[in-house]
Ligand binder design. Sequence first.
Ligand code: NAD
Length: 443
Amino acid sequence: MVPTTSDEKAGKAAKRAPRPKAVTFENVALFDQALTLFDRAADVMGLDPHVRTILQQPKNQITVNFPVRMDDGRFKVFKGYRIQHNNVLGPYKGGIRYARFVRTDELKAMAFWMTMKNSLVGVPFGGAKGGVKIDPLLFSDSELQRITRRYTHALGMNIGPEWDIPAPDMGTNAQTMVWIADTYVNTIGSAERFAGRGVVTGKTINTGGSLGRDEATGRGVICTVRSWAAEKGVDLAKTTFAVQGFGNVGSFAAKILGGLGATLVAVQDHTGAVANPSGIDPAALGAHVRARGGVQGFAGAKASDDASFWATRCDILIPAALEYQITEEVAPTLRCRLVAEGANGPTAPAADAVLRKRGIEVIPDILCNAGGVVVSFFEWTQNRRGESWTLEEVRGKLQSYMDAAYAQVMATARERTIDARTAAYVVSLARLQAVYRERGIFP
Ligand code: NAD
């Protein structure tokens, strides 16, 4: 039986102590900021004006308000969103986040980045993002299940395996995706029940998920770090690294990079920061985070603070928590050689300029964290074909996609003498522009 008691909620709330830090971007116009990166690349390549205009707005913005019965019998109304930015390359695709700060502006930026990312790595998807404005730690599992099912029902035919395919993101996981898939197949009619599983990716293996999807984003991050190291002649076994966020992306990235011999020296999340210049064991920290909800109190490292975390002397910094973390104030304090962006939009555009000036290299988000959507594409393909690929097959194919995208971005950067982020956008926009040129605009 699923626990629904207030004990469970109290346990979850205890995991949050102390209260999560305020996020820095709540009042920032993130979509406008995202468009400044887009404009830079569009200017460099001379993007067709009509393509520029089309991509400057999402196609659809869906807001739903839906009631849910709480464990104590009361009803609450929740607000959910789905932003569908563009589908010229294929069905809309992008994660669903549960966070108290979720808002339309942020999701518009995220959906736009998904369009760019999917085009860049060459998967046949457009871009979308969704979310529900809740702190998931404040609800029991049965409440979360009802919230998820009502949100799915409220979205109705706005999602579907050939139309818009959500996936996990901050605050959601494989269980969330299974609830969405089950609600979807139970409300669309029996003829499509089996194919209906493809409405989401990132499911559990038993319900049609793919091996290797859980680790995919973190693994993809490290694929790009390996390409960078090979290019620069850096021996990763001799490097140190720091990670912001120890959830899905951060923890897998740390485990995989640690497995290559690199030393994890500092980690920060919503509960605090910890540091140990002699090395932090990613597996032990992962177990601590699962048990306690955050890095605070980890015995294998000393408590630290945010300013010290950002100023950690290390070779590689992996922001893998939230957007808008490396701000204009933080950027001058970094003491790393490479920023590998596991999170979406972790670097503010103004901070990006500081990093460029300081010669700190960046593997941009739309390239660096694309591993998740690449393996989501594999999951969707397996669902359509009724196949189950081995872990080796998934990892091998993921590596090929990531290596090809990395090589293309860096070749473009060299050819045009531009930074890697602008180059990533140029590659992505060139593909979108080619499709618009060939298809034209209906009617
Ligand atoms: P998650 O919910 O598993 O983990 C989020 C992490 O961020 C946690 O460690 C949390 O403690 C930390 N965090 C939250 N608020 C914070 C704050 N105020 N300060 C510092 N840390 C804070 O989420 P995730 O799936 O690992 O996603 C992390 C990032 O990666 C997001 O930007 C997400 O959009 C991006 N991303 C995720 C995937 C994926 O497949 N999950 C794919 C591509 C990109």
